[in-house]
Design a protein around this ligand. Sequence first.
Ligand SMILES: NC(=O)c1ccc[n+]([C@@H]2O[C@H](COP(=O)([O-])OP(=O)(O)OC[C@H]3O[C@@H](n4cnc5c(N)ncnc54)[C@H](OP(=O)(O)O)[C@@H]3O)[C@@H](O)[C@H]2O)c1
Length: 256
Amino acid sequence: MFEPFNLTGKYAVVVGGAGGIGKAIAGGLLQSGAVVGIASRNLDSLNEAADLLRKQANGRVEVFQVDASEESSIAGLAENVVKSFGRVDILVNAQGFNTKGPALEFDMTEWDRLYTVNVRGVMLCCKVFGKYMVDQGGGKIINLSSVRGIRANAGGNSAYCSSKAAVDLITKSIATELAKNNVQVNALGPVLIATKMMEKVMAEPGRAEQYTRNIPMGRLGKVEDVVGAAVFLASSAANFITGQVLYIDGGLTAAG
Ligand SMILES: NC(=O)c1ccc[n+]([C@@H]2O[C@H](COP(=O)([O-])OP(=O)(O)OC[C@H]3O[C@@H](n4cnc5c(N)ncnc54)[C@H](OP(=O)(O)O)[C@@H]3O)[C@@H](O)[C@H]2O)c1
């Protein structure tokens, strides 16, 4: 193994770690040697994901319940993680969802709900865990953005796209603020991946083909595509990289 990718002795928490992308990233961190905590609201799905991860790699996986729309819940998560692990070196914010609707008729209650999780929840996790990282002398934060943070589409995506643009600038802002504290903050920007969040879109006839046509590599993403980039950003190989959004998109954002 290229030694900088070895995460032995590192403690990671993946919020949204029972979800499609979060679970895949948790698996990659685990296989690279990290102790991993996965966190979200539903304990059953967390336990199921943890069992699966333990079968994939012979490492330590803990589950933590959190509602990332509540500041007190996130503060409780950080306390529990630190109580259990002693420290937290890597935070992955893989929570989120999408609610679509035509811009001129957008249900603003849904808008607020989405922003509370996708934007405020990411900011709060960075804020709460960032403090622990500063106090312990460093850490890595990886936020799940999307190609939709820089690329609009006409699919009723104004809330989701703008929430991911906010994630990009939260990432860059905190990266610059914490640069001298040895906390690197980066984001990953995948293109469409068939997870639970995308079930409805994938069920629309012709929709997957329409998305695929725009991707130079000619296919949609897979959860495995995100793992290497996450391990890289979590590792000491990325110690001088901060404030970046790394697109995992088969060339979509490179094309005109
Ligand atoms: N799939 C894609 O095409 C795609 C592309 C680009 C970016 N992304 C981003 O990648 C991230 C993961 O998406 P995914 O595709 O893996 O979706 P997913 O399979 O639906 O997973 C989403 C995860 O977020 C958790 N979550 C939702 N609300 C939460 C809350 N209030 N508190 C704590 N956890 C919460 C869910 O768990 P509970 O419901 O149990 O809480 C679940 O574990 C999201 O930020 C998404 O926007 C996805």
